[in-house]
Design a protein around this ligand. Structure first.
Ligand code: FAD
Length: 621
């Protein structure tokens, strides 16, 4: 029968990691199968329908710069857009969008269904076919066998998933979905280190039962920010308001009264939860002196009354959830449409992975997303893209590719995971990147789109628009560097109006822009001309204003690059290196770093130990 069962790449799981992985592999020309439990849940947002935020929008824009789907879908689904940290430096500015979850899923599905080389199939993957330490295919729950050169596993919270509400629990991958228990069992038989993590979600509330008049309004930015480098404001649906309210002392008393039936405190849940997104019971317990916590009341979409009360994730029993919610100003008569819950699931120690996200033990098998101990759609999408592109490269017998820490947050994310592992859900922050002035969200395309084009991830239209933008930036910089303003001209009078220290001599427009008190918009008035495109003007302004800092970081990166490029071969024998302490030797053997730089980032590995590695490497050669 003519049913395709042979592929270059199979991706298991249609969440945020799986969709980016499948799209990346297919864009690169690999015949790809996306095998997932349910086609209706492709791109489903299990928790808050929001994309971006600090550290996370950097990942979204990097995915976008490499031709991925997340930012594009957000522009079609975002019902409120804001730039966070807009008054701080460009390194920490971050775009966040509240999305309509139905529109988001529809946008992802449309992108998937229109992607050449990609087939979708709805069924559970229950088993992996492994021959001679290489994966060669997948078996579904009805026994269909699919073969492939490489397989990407992106199972999210589904492996051995258990849902908790109070002291009751049941098996589930997330509310309404079955877990992936057969596959979880199979992975525990393979030589991976499996652990348990947990995450949680708040109860949802019917907006018709809420009194918004007692809450603070929170509108998005105007003009509306755009997520994708290819996006535009015209794509955005109607924009709506969010609200802010707070828990009260009464709320905290009610929550405390449920501690004895909390699965977290009663020891029912063994997995560790996300540190930066704790449950409300955790916050009340840990910060006992605080009598109020903020709640952002966020719509789940344009055609639903459901609200997401951001800040009160919980797994307390339902009666406590209801009483606690109703003690919050504006929620006195609230109707809960879905109870909050926590979910515990298996994750695999990411130290068992290479920088490409291929597992060290089974050739051709890649892991991406929540399965690697991360939390968040953006972290999942970024890993999915990287795993998918490398699965495709391997299937095509090409060299692997991954960005370094100084090139992308994707590089930071993966290097952190595989070098240090994680015992709690890993979330991205700008503080995790040592070169954050270079890794800004605004320049993700300048950092990555060229590489994406060489890899075959970026289509012609994006490549053309990217080149136009890059050329416009160069031309505008040159204009600012060469246009001189002379004292005693009309322009210098305008300039003096903006400057703390009036011009004493000729100045180029670039020299004026370097002064902290003056903006590009003011330079445009002085010079009587401007680049025109917002993205070009923003880029030129940042590059010129922060030139000193940026070039210092670039020098540091150059100095360290040799270590990044010095590879430690797979068969490198750490036992044969002289002068290493047992503890350091053990750590190196556990992590098996791929480069000298990665070795130096392992906790406890000293500069002296790095020198020993270099000496041994030289002797070997
Ligand atoms: P998922 O989005 O979970 O997708 C996994 C996909 O794989 C699904 O489509 C599933 O059907 C499919 N699948 C699994 N196993 C198989 C199989 N054997 N065969 C076929 N298909 C399979 N993130 C935050 O940042 N903050 C939070 O506070 C937060 N809270 C959360 C609360 C809950 C209750 C849940 C469930 C998730 C929460 N998340 C939170 C996490 C967020 O949803 C994930 O980080 C993100 O969805 C991970 O993406 P993923 O692609 O790795 O997995």
């Amino acid at each position: 029968m003519d049913f395709p069962t042979r592929f270059d790449v199979i991706v298991i799981g249609g969440g945020h990691a799986g969709t980016e992985a499948a799209l990346a592999a297919a864009r690169m020309g690999s015949q790809t199968l996306l095998l997932t439990h349910n086609i209706e849940t492709l791109g489903q947002m299990s928790c808050n329908p929001a994309i971006g935020g600090i550290g996370k929008s950097h990942l979204v824009k990097e995915i976008d710069a490499l031709g991925g789907a997340m930012a594009k879908a957000t522009d079609h689904a975002g019902i409120q857009f804001r730039v966070l940290n807009s008054r701080k430096g460009p390194a920490v500015r971050a775009t966040r969008a509240q999305a309509d979850r139905v529109l988001y899923k529809a946008a992802i599905r449309e992108i998937l269904e229109n992607q050449p080389n990609l087939m979708l199939f709805q069924q559970a993957a229950d088993d992996l076919i492994v021959e001679n330490d290489r994966v060669t295919g997948v078996v579904t729950n009805t026994g269909i066998r699919f073969n492939a050169k490489t397989v990407v596993l992106t199972t999210g919270t589904f492996l051995g998933g258990v849902i908790h509400i109070g002291m009751q629990n049941h098996a589930g991958g997330r509310a309404g979905d079955a877990p992936a228990n057969a596959l979880a069992k199979r992975l525990r038989e393979l030589p991976f280190n499996v652990g348990r993590l947990k995450t949680g979600t708040p109860p949802r509330i019917d907006a018709r039962s809420v009194d918004f008049f007692v809450m603070e309004e929170q509108w998005g930015d105007n003009p509306t920010p755009v997520m994708s480098f290819m996006g535009s404001r015209d794509q955005h649906p109607e924009q709506v308001c969010c609200y802010v309210t707070r828990t009260t002392a009464e709320t905290h008393d009610i929550i405390r009264s449920g501690f004895d039936r909390s699965p977290m405190f009663a020891g029912e849940i063994e997995g560790i939860g996300p540190r930066y997104c704790p449950s409300i019971e955790d916050k009340v317990n840990r910060f006992a002196d605080k009598d109020s916590h903020q709640i952002f009341v966020e719509p789940e979409g344009l055609n639903t009354h459901e609200l997401y009360p951001n800040g009160i994730s919980t797994s307390l029993p339902f009666d406590i959830q209801l009483a606690a919610v109703r003690s919050i100003p504006g929620f006195e008569n609230a109707h809960i449409t879905r109870p909050g819950y926590a979910i515990e699931y298996d994750y695999l120690n990411p130290q068992d992975l290479r920088h490409t996200l291929e597992t060290k033990f089974i050739g051709g098998l890649y892991f991406a997303g929540q399965i690697n101990g991360t939390t968040g759609y953006e972290e999942a999408g970024a890993q999915g893209l990287l795993a998918g592109l490398n699965a495709s490269l391997q299937a095509q017998d090409k060299e692997p590719w991954y960005p370094r820490r100084d090139e992308a947050y994707i590089g930071v994310l993966v290097d952190d995971l595989i070098t240090m592992g994680t015992s709690e859900p890993y979330r991205m922050f700008t503080s995790r990147a040592e070169y954050r002035l270079i890794l800004r969200e605004d320049n993700a395309d300048l950092r990555l789109t060229e590489a994406g084009h060489h890899l075959g991830l970026v289509d012609d239209e994006r490549w053309r628009r990217f080149n136009d933008k890059r050329e416009a930036i160069v031309a505008e910089r040159q204009r600012l560097e060469t246009t001189r303003i002379h004292p005693k001209t009309d322009q210098s009078a305008i300039a003096d109006g903006y400057l703390k220290q009036p011009m004493a001599r000729d100045n180029t427009l670039a020299e004026l822009l370097r002064r902290p008190e003056i903006s590009y918009a003011e330079i445009a008035e002085i010079g009587g001309d401007r680049a025109g495109a917002d993205a070009v003007e923003q880029q030129v302004e940042i590059e010129i204003k922060y030139e000193g800092y940026i070039s210092r970081q670039a020098d540091e990166i150059d100095r360290l690059r040799r270590n990044e490029e010095t590879r430690l071969p797979d068969d490198f024998d750490f036992d044969a290196v002289g002068g290493l302490s047992n503890e350091i030797r053990q750590k190196l053997k556990e992590v098996r770093p791929e480069t000298i730089a990665q070795a130096s980032r392992i906790q406890g590995v000293t500069p002296a130990a790095v020198s020993q590695l270099l000496v041994h490497l030289k002797k070997r050669d």
